[in-house]
Ligand binder design. Structure first.
Ligand code: NOJ
Length: 553
């Protein structure tokens, strides 16, 4: 068994925003297929598709009304089959998103449940009587407001941890369990290499509906959600794993486990459960060497104890783009470039969100263009996630930028003409070429070991490769070794803050030299002036608090 997921790089495609083949301004499956060669050339191992199933779109596809079909806006099942075949021909794995925590309110089960209170499908959801003239308990929705909505006909309330259009399923019902096994089989039969499980830590709720005490201010992680993360989940995932293991080709699961405690996360990736869990810790970490190192250590210790690989995530479709989180402009771009070398050198599985390889910044959209339910449910207090979901620019022609021949569903900033794929390809100073080079040179199986390094820096080896990141220290001299890759193409003998390098250790003991030490033994391959892709992008207007994450639960 290759256990391919242990060192893979998976590229997340937000289907609406990747490539549009029919000019309606929304990305689709044929568009993705046409861009597979780009992904092959980029050097990733596989792709993860966000939901493309029939959906009214209350949460852009995370409200599924039919789990075993394709939304006509995105194509057909035949298009899906062609995409799987096309990906496999190029040696790319393909995993799909599965959304088991909740259905759409347009799903036939929920429609039956609302239309007829005696219908058997009502038991698939949480309908409960209210308490003291209000909802059954004080649980709140991750999208703002209460997690309960009143069913006007009966006066009962139903549970939704996200939007009211996303009623939660009751996973204690065997019928729900059976139906989802069929859903898994449906896509496994069509050849998918695995699943990303949405809200994977929250499917079961404590049956006594006990109160949960929210931290103030609310934190990104779900560790405080004591009525979730229930023990029943582990048995469920063991069953799913057994099911997937009956298929050839090493099918895998990656769970969206939005918890901070690595020991708790590790329980989901024991040898007979899920293969991977997203590790959101770095994605929420500030650019701080001590904090980053602690996160790496805590992750590796906890996951190593159960024999699971670590995963590393800096961006996804729920969080503010990395260069913007790291300060935006030239500083954000420098840090995002250094973070790219860190990401690709760490041991385990890496996830890259579309546009991350272009260094895209968050777009500050005008309120009238925002579509995220978070924006509406919080009455604009939280801007939501549209700013990281703007379609990606392929070519230099506005308004479609090669993404569409029509009008993109969210406008692509004109300034992005300088950061399109075409503009960056072949420019050794570009973020795209940094990612391409990093993906090509990336260590895979090589053992990880920390190297001693000055405070504010990180240094570790992966076999013969030494990765040094100057996060927040004064400039340090470069360690000995031959330069493989530098986040700053103008880098000389020293490593300033916000930069990273990959060097070969060539079997030498690699030590940092003192400030007064010897001269550097290498010169950078490129002497081109740095053109910072992100620095050309319009910096977003700052709201009072630009949220780091709005992934919710
Ligand atoms: C997590 C997904 O990543 C997010 O986009 C979605 O809104 C929620 N789960 C609800 O499905």
């Amino acid at each position: 068994m290759s256990e391919w997921w242990r060192s893979a790089v998976l590229y997340q495609i937000y289907v609406r925003s990747f490539a549009d083949s029919d000019g309606d301004g929304v990305g689709d499956l044929r568009g993705i297929r046409s861009r597979l060669p780009y992904l092959r050339e980029l050097g990733v191992d596989g792709i993860w598709l966000t939901p493309f199933y029939p959906s009214p779109g209350a949460d852009h596809g995370y409200d599924v009304s039919d789990y075993v079909d394709v939304h006509p806006q995105f194509g057909t099942l035949a298009d899906f089959d062609a995409l799987v075949a096309g990906a496999h021909e190029l040696g790319l794995r393909l995993i799909v998103d599965i959304v088991p925590n909740h259905t759409s309110n347009e799903h036939r089960w929920f429609r039956n449940a609302i239309a007829d209170p005696a219908h058997a499908d009502r038991a698939r959801y949480f309908f409960r009587p209210g308490r003291d003239g209000g909802p059954p308990n004080g649980w709140t929705s991750a999208f703002g407001g209460p997690a309960w909505t009143r069913d006007e006909r009966t006066g009962d309330y139903y549970l939704h941890f996200f939007a009211p259009e996303q009623p939660d399923l009751d996973w204690h019902q065997q019928s729900v369990r059976r139906e989802f096994e069929d859903v898994l089989r449906f896509w496994l039969d069509r050849g998918v290499d695995g699943f990303r499980i949405d809200v994977a830590h929250a499917l079961f709720k404590a049956q006594d509906l006990r109160e949960m005490h929210e931290p103030v201010p609310r934190t990104w992680d779900g560790d405080w959600l004591t009525a979730l993360d229930q023990p029943e989940l582990h048995d469920l995932y063991r069953g799913w794993r057994q099911l997937a293991d009956t298929y050839p080709g090493e099918r895998m699961f990656v769970g969206e486990i939005v918890l901070r405690n690595q020991e708790t996360i590790a329980r989901y990736v024991r040898p007979d459960e899920l293969q991977l869990a997203f590790n959101f810790a770095l994605l929420h970490e500030t650019w701080d060497a001590t904090a980053i190192r602690e996160t790496i250590d805590a992750t590796r210790t906890a996951l190593g104890a159960v024999g699971a690989p670590s995963t590393w995530v800096f961006e996804n479709h729920d969080v503010t783009r990395l260069p913007t989180r790291y300060g935006g402009g030239a500083q954000g771009a420098r840090r995002a470039r250094a973070a790219a070398l860190l990401l690709l050198a760490l041991p385990g599985t890496a996830f890259v969100y579309e546009g991350q390889e272009l260094g895209l910044e968050e777009v500050d959209l005008p309120d009238e263009l925002r579509q995220d339910p978070i924006f509406f449910r919080t009455k604009g207090e939280r801007p939501g996630r549209d700013g990281c979901r703007v379609p990606i620019p392929w070519e230099n022609e506005p308004p479609g930028f090669g993404f569409t021949t029509g009008t993109p569903w969210l406008p692509i900033p004109e300034e992005w003409a300088t950061v399109t794929v075409v503009a960056q390809a072949g420019d050794p100073a570009s973020m795209l070429e940094l990612y391409r080079a990093g993906l090509a040179l990336r260590p895979r199986e090589e053992p990880f070991a920390w190297r001693e390094s000055p405070p504010g820096t990180l240094a570790f080896t992966r076999g013969g490769l030494l990765c040094v990141v100057n996060v927040d220290a004064a400039a340090i001299p470069l360690p000995a070794g031959e330069l493989l890759l530098a986040s700053d193409p103008d880098l000389r003998d020293i490593l300033p803050r916000d930069t990273a390098v990959w060097l070969t250790t060539k079997g030498e003991r690699c030590e940092h030299r003192s400030e007064s030490g010897r001269s550097a033994t290498w010169r950078p391959a490129s002497t081109r002036p740095a053109t910072s892709p992100s620095s050309a992008v319009r910096r977003p207007r700052r709201r009072s608090a630009l949220p780091l994450s709005d992934s919710g639960i």
